[in-house]
Design a binder for this molecule. Sequence first.
Ligand SMILES: [Zn+2]
Length: 80
Amino acid sequence: MIAQYALEEAVGHLGAAIMQSLPSDDQIIMDHVKAAHAILTVVSRAQRAMTPAVTFRCPICAETAVADRDLDGSPICPKC
Ligand SMILES: [Zn+2]
């Protein structure tokens, strides 16, 4: 499974490219960028929906919380 963080970063970069595009940009390339953004958005949302929430106790602040995920998918504290 692709790390959720990496998917969301890719979606963000492609979205930024779309938002910053100009009518003078090559429309063939922009069509590919838009298609990639649409595909990765669907994959990212589907993967997030299938990923169970992880509750863990943070070794740093000792809070128990629903964890965010690190690049490799491991849980990280949302507060630290
Ligand atoms: Zn913490």
